[in-house]
Design a protein around this ligand. Structure first.
Ligand SMILES: [Cu+2]
Length: 189
């Protein structure tokens, strides 16, 4: 297995015969501050606009125990991320995103499926027919605290905030966080 692929699999999983799943689990991706929420349990929606390179709003307030439905819209011309996490997790995730950019799996405007297929073929997928590659290995982004939005795209993320701690939402595309694409999450009583 390409050693570079392992962190990538965590951030931007591909369903490769379940390979991504054990890697994911082994990385111990529990979230101390919360968990993916059920849409039906959401008590509130928060709309967040993703722009170049900032969020509107750039701060939100949540209650401990609350499930929030984030309604996300990328109104810009570039690929952006909405990821909820600790500062340390975001720092790690930025390294993974930088690697994905270097490998051409991500570009400034989107995900590169051709490059993704190339990387699959390095992972003993050589026996599979080309047709199956496309069909059986759809790319999915299954880190449940993170979504990637292509230009113009709308997505939702439902999150249950279980523990008040220092977290933020952030875009870890190279250079974006550094230029201010992050948002504060405050816990209210
Ligand atoms: Cu961004």
């Amino acid at each position: 297995m390409n050693p570079i692929f392992l962190p990538l699999a965590v951030a931007l999983s591909v369903s490769v015969s379940g390979l991504a799943t054990p890697a994911h689990a082994a990385a111990g991706h529990g979230y101390e501050f919360g968990a993916p929420g059920k849409p039906a349990s959401a008590t509130r929606s928060i709309e967040v606009n993703l722009a170049d390179n900032y969020y509107e709003p750039d701060a939100i307030s949540v209650k401990q125990g609350e499930t929030v439905r984030f309604v996300l819209k990328n109104s810009s011309e570039f690929l952006h991320e909405f990821s909820i996490g600790t500062l340390a997790a975001h720092t790690e995730h930025r390294k993974e995103m930088a690697e994905m950019m270097e490998m051409g799996m991500l570009t400034r405007t989107g995900i590169n499926p051709e490059r993704m297929n190339m990387d699959h073929s390095k992972m003993d997928m050589s026996g599979m027919s080309h047709a199956n590659k496309g069909k059986d290995m759809p790319m999915r982004h299954d880190d449940p605290n993170t979504v990637l939005l292509a230009p113009g795209e709308n997505k939702e993320l439902v999150w249950k905030f279980t523990k008040a701690m220092e977290i933020e939402f952030a875009c870890n595309m190279p250079g974006h966080y550094e230029s201010g694409m992050l948002g504060r999450i405050d816990f209210s009583k």
